[in-house]
Design a protein around this ligand. Structure first.
Ligand code: NDP
Ligand code: PYR
Ligand code: MG
Length: 642
C-alpha cells in the first residue's frame, strides 16, 4: 500500500490500469503522463469541490479580474484552479494527480497510443508485451493502411465514422492522416460530410466527444468544466446548435461542428489537441423531427429563450474565464443570428471572442476578392456587390468589404456601404423596409424601389460580384448566372452556403451558364469541371482557411481581444498566398495542401497586428513571427517513451 495525495492505494487497485507515481517520484519521468482523478481505497472517485472560487487558471497568465461574485468557500490563488493548495482541512478538493500510462490503459489512451508503432523497447518498459502482435510498423505505414481502409468505404458518412474512431483510438495517427491527406479528408471531417453526421449524430453516436452543457447543468457549469480531463485550454469552439451549416436547428447534435472545427485548429493551425475544447450548449431544440427521434441525444424540450438562455450563457462565459484565464479564445460557431450578433457584442469587450460565421467568413471572402481583382482588374471600390442572404455571413462579409474600401479610399464607411446590396427572404433590402429590418440589416438598406426576387435584383443593380450566403440551395439559377455573364466579362460568383446540398449553385452550373467566364468559389468543395475541353478548378471559400491561423496568431501573441484590423490582416495574408500558378488555373484561393504554411503566415500577420494595436501580452514580440508561429505548431509525429 502507498499514499497518493493523502489517499491510500493498494498496488492491486492499480494493476492493469495506470501505475501512479507520487508527486516526488513523478519528477524526472518522461513517459506518457496522464492526468487522472485519483481513486480512493474504496475504488470510488474522491469528492469534488463544487464551489471553488478561482481567479485564473493559467499559471503563466496574470490574475484575471473576478467579474462576477460566485458563491465560494475556497479562495485559491493564481493557478490554484482546483483549490488544491489553499483548501482548509474541512473542505473537500478535487484529487487530480498525474500518472504514467502503461500497459493496457496506454493502448486505450488516444493521446499516447501508437498502436503497432510502439518500439520493442517501449513494449518492454511500458508493460505492453503480449498486448500487441509482434510486428512493429512505422507511422507512415499506419497512415497508408488507414487510407486504404478509408477508401474502401463508398459512403462518406462511413468514412466520417471511421475517422472519428481513429481520433478516439490514436490521436497522432488521426492528425497525421488528416494533415498528409488534407484535400481528401477535409470533406469528410468537415463540410459537407460533417453536416450529415450532425443530422444523424444520435444514430451514429459511439463515444462522446467534447463537453455537453445543458440547462440541467445550470448553476454547476464551473464543476462541469472541471470534469474535462485537460486544464490548459487555449481554444474553445462553442455552439448551441441552432444554425448548423445551412441545415437549421440540429440542437445538441450540432456537437459535430465544434469537434470538426477543432480538428482543423490542430491539423491546419497547429494548436495542440489537448488545448482544444469543443462545447455544445444544449438549451433544447425546435426541430420537431429531432424531438420525435428516439435516438436524439439532447434535451427533449423546445429552446429556452430570453432570460433563461442569457443566464446560462453568462454562467458559461464566466466559468470559462475563471477556469482557463482571459486569454482562452472562445469561438462562437453556428448560432442563429438572433443570438450571434448579441453574444459577440456582449462578450467582445470582456472576453477573447471570435464569431467564425460573421468574422472568419468575412475575412476569407475578402481574401478571395483581393485575389480575384488580380484576374478581373479594378479596385474593391470600383466593384458592385450583391448578396443573396443578409444574415451573419452576408452582413459580416459586407461590413468587412466596406471597411476595407473605406481604408483604401478614405471614403466614410456610410458611403462605401452603398456599393453593397443585399437580399433576404423578403427581397431587396431597401429604405422603405427600414422599420421592419433587424438591426444588422439596416446599414444595407439603400434607396431603390422594392424588388422581390434575385434575378430582377441582378438585372437592376448589375453587380460585378454575386455572393450567396442564404443557406438556400440552387438559388443561383441559370437566368441569374446568365444575367451576371451578360454585363460582366468575368463575373465573380461565390456560392458560400454549406453543405453542398445548400450551395447556391454548383461549380458546373457556374462555369457552364457563364460559358466558362465565371470566377467561382464555393463554401463546400466541388470537383474540377470540364467545359468545352477545358478543366476549371474552383476554390473553396470557407472560413477554414482563416480561423486556424487566426487563432494561432491570437495565441502566440497572447492577444486579449479581437479587432477588425486583425481580420483585414488575415485576409491580406491569405490573398498573398495565391500563386501565379493558382491564378492561371482560375483559382482565387491557394490549395489546402499548403495550409500549414498559409496558417503560419496568417498567424504572423494577425499577431503583428495585435502587437501594433497594443493588444498582445506575450512580450517581447518575436523578431520573425512566421518562424515563431511555425515553431509553435503541434506536430503529430510520435514521441519516444522512456
Ligand atoms: N463558406 C463559409 O465559410 C460559410 C458559409 N456559411 C453558410 O452561409 C449560409 C448562411 O449562414 P448565416 O448567414 O449564418 O445564416 P443566417 O440565418 O444568419 O442568414 C441567412 C440569410 O439568408 C436569407 N435567406 C434564406 N433563404 C433565402 C432565400 N430563399 N432567398 C433569399 N434569402 C434567403 C435569410 O433571410 P431572412 O433574414 O429574411 O430570414 C437571411 O438573411 C449557411 O448555409 C452557412 O453554411 C456560413 C458561414 C461560413
Ligand atoms: C463554414 C461554416 O462555418 C458554416 O457553414 O457555418
Ligand atoms: Mg459555421
Amino acid at each position: 500500500m502507498f499514499s497518493l495525495n493523502g489517499s491510500s492505494f493498494t498496488n492491486n487497485s492499480l494493476s492493469g490500469v495506470s501505475r501512479c507515481l507520487t508527486q516526488s517520484s513523478r519528477r524526472g519521468v518522461s513517459g506518457p503522463m496522464v492526468v487522472v482523478a485519483a481513486v480512493n481505497s474504496n475504488g470510488k472517485p474522491g469528492d469534488r469541490n463544487v464551489s471553488v472560487l478561482v481567479e485564473n487558471s493559467m499559471k503563466e497568465s496574470a490574475a484575471a479580474p473576478v467579474e462576477k461574485e460566485i458563491k465560494s468557500t475556497v479562495t485559491g490563488g493564481v493557478g490554484d484552479v482546483y483549490g488544491e493548495d489553499s483548501a482548509t482541512e474541512d473542505q473537500s478538493i478535487t484529487p487530480w494527480t498525474l500518472s504514467v500510462a502503461s500497459g493496457y490503459s496506454l493502448l486505450r489512451n488516444p493521446h499516447y497510443n501508437k498502436g503497432l508503432a510502439f518500439s520493442e523497447k517501449e513494449r518492454d518498459s511500458h508493460y505492453l508485451r503480449g498486448l500487441l502482435p509482434p510486428v512493429v510498423v512505422n507511422h507512415d505505414l499506419q497512415v497508408k493502411k488507414m487510407m486504404n481502409n478509408l477508401r474502401q468505404y463508398e459512403v462518406p458518412l462511413q468514412r466520417y465514422i471511421a475517422m472519428m474512431d481513429i481520433q478516439e483510438m490514436n490521436e497522432r495517427l488521426y492528425y497525421k492522416l488528416l494533415m498528409d491527406n488534407v484535400e481528401e479528408l477535409l470533406p469528410i471531417v468537415y463540410t459537407p460530410t460533417v453536416g450529415e453526421a450532425c443530422q444523424k449524430y444520435g444514430s451514429i453516436f459511439r463515444r462522446p466527444q467534447g463537453l455537453f452543457i445543458s440547462l440541467k447543468e445550470k448553476g454547476k457549469i464551473n464543476e462541469v468544466l472541471k470534469n474535462w480531463p485537460e486544464r490548459k485550454i487555449q481554444v474553445i469552439v462553442v455552439t448551441d446548435g441552432e444554425r448548423i451549416l445551412g441545415l437549421g436547428d440540429l440542437g445538441c447534435q450540432g456537437m459535430g461542428i465544434p469537434v470538426g472545427k477543432l480538428s482543423l485548429y490542430t491539423a491546419l493551425g497547429g494548436i495542440r489537441p489537448s488545448a482544444c475544447l469543443p462545447i455544445t450548449i444544449d438549451v433544447g431544440t425546435n426541430n420537431e423531427d429531432l424531438l420525435n427521434d428516439e435516438f436524439y441525444i439532447g434535451l427533449r424540450q423546445r429552446r429556452a429563450r430570453g432570460q433563461e438562455y442569457a443566464e446560462l450563457f453568462d454562467e458559461f462565459m464566466y466559468a470559462v474565464k475563471q477556469n482557463y484565464g482571459e486569454k482562452v479564445l472562445i469561438q462562437f460557431e453556428d448560432f442563429a443570428n438572433h443570438n450571434a450578433f448579441d453574444l459577440l457584442a456582449k462578450y467582445g469587450t470582456s472576453h477573447l471572442v471570435f464569431n467564425d460565421d460573421i468574422q472568419g467568413t468575412a475575412s476569407v471572402v475578402l481574401a478571395g476578392l483581393m485575389a480575384a481583382l488580380q484576374l478581373v482588374g479594378g479596385t474593391l471600390s470600383e466593384h458592385t456587390f450583391l448578396f443573396l442572404g443578409a444574415g451573419e455571413a452576408g452582413t459580416g462579409i459586407a461590413e468587412l468589404i466596406a471597411l476595407e474600401m473605406s481604408k483604401q479610399t478614405g471614403i466614410p464607411l456610410e458611403e462605401t456601404r452603398k456599393k453593397i446590396w443585399m437580399l433576404d427572404s423578403k427581397g431587396l433590402i431597401v429604405n422603405s423596409r427600414m422599420e421592419s429590418l433587424q438591426h444588422f440589416k439596416r446599414p444595407w438598406a439603400h434607396d431603390h424601389e422594392p424588388v422581390k426576387d434575385l434575378v430582377n435584383a441582378v438585372k437592376s443593380i448589375k453587380p460585378t460580384v454575386l455572393i450567396g450566403s442564404s443557406g438556400a440551395g440552387r438559388t443561383f439559377t441559370k437566368e441569374v448566372v446568365q444575367a451576371m455573364a451578360t454585363f460582366n466579362e468575368k463575373p465573380i460568383i461565390f456560392a458560400l452556403s454549406n453543405p453542398t446540398s445548400q450551395s447556391e449553385c454548383t461549380a458546373e452550373e457556374a462555369y457552364t451558364w457563364s460559358e466558362g467566364r465565371a470566377i467561382f468559389a464555393s463554401g463546400s468543395p466541388f470537383a474540377p469541371v470540364e467545359y468545352n475541353g477545358k478543366i476549371y478548378a474552383s476554390g473553396q471559400a470557407n472560413n477554414a482557411y482563416i480561423f486556424p491561423g487566426f487563432g494561432l496568431g491570437l495565441i502566440i501573441s497572447g492577444a486579449i481581444r479581437v479587432h477588425d484590423d486583425m481580420l483585414l490582416a488575415a485576409s491580406e495574408a491569405l490573398a498573398e498566398q495565391v500563386s501565379q500558378e493558382n491564378f492561371e488555373k482560375g483559382l482565387i484561393y491557394p490549395p489546402f495542401t499548403n495550409i500549414r504554411k498559409i496558417s503560419a503566415n496568417i498567424a504572423a500577420k494577425v499577431a503583428a497586428k495585435a502587437y501594433e494595436l497594443g493588444l498582445a501580452t506575450r512580450l517581447p514580440e518575436p523578431a520573425n513571427l512566421v518562424a515563431y508561429a511555425e515553431s509553435c505548431m503541434y506536430s503529430p509525429a510520435y514521441r519516444s517513451y522512456r
